[in-house]
Ligand binder design. Sequence first.
Ligand SMILES: [Ca+2]
Length: 228
Amino acid sequence: MTKRPIFKRLDVPVGAQGGVSIPFEMQPIVQLADGRVKACELLYRGQRPADWASVDAAMLGFLSVPRPGLPPVYVNLSNDILMSRGADELARVATANDVTFELSEAVSGYGDRAAIASKVNELIGAGVRVALDDFGAGRDGLQRLYAIGNVAAIKIDREFLLTCMRRQDARRMLCMLVAQWRQEGVRSIAEGVEDNVMFAFAQAIEVDFVQGWFVDSLVAMQLLGNAA
Ligand SMILES: [Ca+2]
């Protein structure tokens, strides 16, 4: 297996002493139109923690104060954290830095979807940017989309992209959705772009942004080129 390039690493300090930190990878999200890195998703890269809530809490704490030099970031927000934290606290995190919260459906462990949609709409009403993660991975993609108004972005699941690469009908539907989202000002992001075939497919269906190992390697080569 080839070694994956790490674009940037981010160590999030934990506790008042600052002696411990949690490692994150900043995975670039690249705009297809010009090949530029427009944002990064913060991905946890440490050992499997005893509880994910402590990782999420450390990240929220880190982002709750302005971090000069931090690019626009996408941060995964579990349903547990979404429902247990106040909208004002999450809004503070989203405004102290340029943060978009990603809401997953694949790891949805919280049953009350109406309550989740209501909380998300409250956040969006408070000016928080929200992206729907893993679109196409589950059964409630469109249902979830209709329950939530004014999402900033939709991240298209890798497995769903692979399905659309195999099936003409799925591909046509995705193309229509991407075009409709663009008309509505919703950005589309193809996730898990791991080789040049997937990259070419993302270009063909005209998503706005791409993310994944293959994109990481393109960015790494660009950086090498710039350094030379
Ligand atoms: Ca994500």
